[in-house]
Design a protein around this ligand. Structure first.
Ligand code: C2O
Ligand code: CU
Length: 492
């Protein structure tokens, strides 16, 4: 080959290499997060086919204007102290936990529908700061407990007062929303139950059972391993199952027929008795199941663990073992009877969004890798879904990955319309956390009736930390709070 041709090829190669290096360098540089930033400055605005107004211009309302009632005597008042504690999980297990009030789960909060709740969070010694998010409770935005979006993290020695009215009914939970991928796992969570104002006449056993994994020790409630509890035959029982882990938990209830009465704090319509159906609860989800205690023992277990809770009809009954049930997972899409919902039978939506989860090569905060992407964009360029108050909103959630993503929208419950193109046929199925399995596709809808800036993220909290985080924002709402190292606000 001619010498000039070889030289030309080398020169071209060098130029291409330099260009590539410059391009990669810029991508790396651009991906780095500043030390402080606003949830409003980032993200790709997506108006879902609705009007695009300037959302944070003149006359914008700050999230901290959306508060619960500031005045009035609370019906229920409690203090939650975030503190480190060594916790006994039974059967020889102990753990260095981060707790509310020295125990895991934190104290169960039980209020009645309509109660004004006042919770004072005190941080004793959690160095990174804490907050409390009331998962599934559709509180006013300023009470939502997201560090850097609705408040600043509460640092050691500080306190913060949450006040809101418990308007819903059912099973919820609370957890820290500062560095939540670490803080929830270590124990900063508890149950939040809203009971009807009228108590049932019959004495029922109403028990919350949170499944949580403490690095290998799986607890139901506060104990690992086998637990027993005597229950007189004939007693109506309600078990409020909660999965506070970042992965799905399969619960097995064995021994008698039961019904699934509620999902994510919403009663199902016309639930029928079922038997031997494993209940797959995605991260953050809740199922309420009910049954009548029979003459013999029944039990609740967790898939592939020895952790179980056995209800014995007779205290002298020998130990009962909970077998993993073999049937297909319970399917909420076909369970119960249909009923017209608040959304009616409309097919018109004011905004329709797509939320497509995939993986992509790129830089996230300066880290090269194969990262989670939403609609092809990496955090913090993930979408900002813009809505207006009163809108009827549709979301199509597409999981284009091989992992399960429990998608959680704050401040709202969404109605599941279809899965993989098949319309749901059972009871209206409202969720705040939807377990979107690998390659699944869902359509959900909700009414935009709770103004604010709301996180919408994967409740596999390490996924959220690694970029599966976005927001739904109401136009005309802005936040004075900032994310990043400067203010020390890191919600995920
Ligand atoms: Cu249960 Cu954004 O959280
Ligand atoms: Cu995920």
């Amino acid at each position: 080959m001619r010498i000039w041709l070889i030289r030309a090829l080398i020169a071209a190669g060098v130029v291409a290499g330099l260009a590539l290096a410059a391009w990669v360098g810029k991508a790396w540089w651009d991906s780095r997060l500043p030390s402080t930033y606003s949830a409003m400055e980032f993200g790709s605005m997506d108006y879902g086919g609705g009007p695009a107004h300037d959302h944070a211009g003149h006359g914008a309302i700050s999230v901290d204007q959306f508060r619960g009632p500031r005045a009035g005597k609370p019906d229920y008042r409690m203090t939650l102290v975030a503190q480190k504690a060594e916790v006994d999980l039974g059967h020889g297990w102990t753990t260095e936990a981060w707790t509310f009030n020295g125990r895991v789960p934190g104290p169960e909060i039980r209020v009645r529908q309509g109660d004004l709740v006042e919770a004072t969070l005190v941080n004793k010694d959690i160095d990174d700061g804490v907050t409390i998010h009331w998962h599934g409770v559709d509180v006013p935005n300023a009470e939502d407990g997201v560090a850097g979006v609705t408040q600043d993290a509460v640092m050691p020695g500080e306190r913060y007062v949450y006040r809101f009215r418990a308007n819903q009914l059912g099973t919820f939970w609370y957890h820290s929303h500062q560095i939540s991928s670490q803080q929830v796992r270590r124990g900063l969570y508890g149950a939040f139950v809203i009971e009807p104002r009228q108590q049932p006449r019959r004495r029922t056993l109403d028990l919350t059972v949170i499944a949580h994994d403490f690095s290998g020790a799986t607890v139901l409630g506060s104990q690992a391993g086998r637990q027993r509890r005597p229950v007189p035959p004939g007693t109506p029982v309600r078990l409020r199952l909660v999965n506070s882990n970042s992965f799905p938990e399969r619960f097995h209830f064995a021994g008698t027929a039961f019904r699934v009465d509620a999902i994510d704090g919403t009663e199902l319509n016309g639930p029928t008795p079922i038997e031997y159906r494993p209940l797959l609860l995605g991260a953050g989800a809740r199922y309420d199941i009910t049954f009548v205690m029979p003459q013999y023992s029944v039990g609740l277990g967790l898939d592939a663990t020895t952790t179980s809770l056995v209800f014995v009809s007779d205290p002298d009954d020998p130990q009962f073992h909970v077998e993993d049930s073999e049937g297909d997972d319970f399917d909420p899409a076909t369970y119960g009877r249909p009923k017209l919902t608040l959304l009616g039978s409309t097919t018109h939506f004011d905004r329709s969004f797509v939320l497509k989860i995939s993986k992509r090569v790129g830089f996230m905060n300066g880290r090269p890798g194969y990262h989670w992407a939403i609609n092809g964009k990496l955090f913090p360029e993930t979408p900002m879904y813009m809505v207006s108050r009163g809108d009827l909103v549709k979301f199509k959630i597409v999981n284009d990955t091989g992992s399960v993503h429990p998608m959680h929208l704050h401040g709202h419950h969404v109605l599941v319309l279809s899965r993989d193109g098949k319309p749901t046929t059972g009871s209206p199925w409202w969720v705040d956390t939807l377990n979107v399995e690998a390659h699944d596709e869902y359509e959900v809808a909700f009414r935009a009736d709770n103004p604010g800036i709301w996180m919408d993220h994967c409740h596999n909290l390490p996924h959220a930390r690694d970029g599966l985080t976005m927001h739904v924002a109401y136009e005309g709402v802005t936040t004075p709070f900032r994310l990043g190292d400067g203010p020390d606000n890191h919600p995920e």
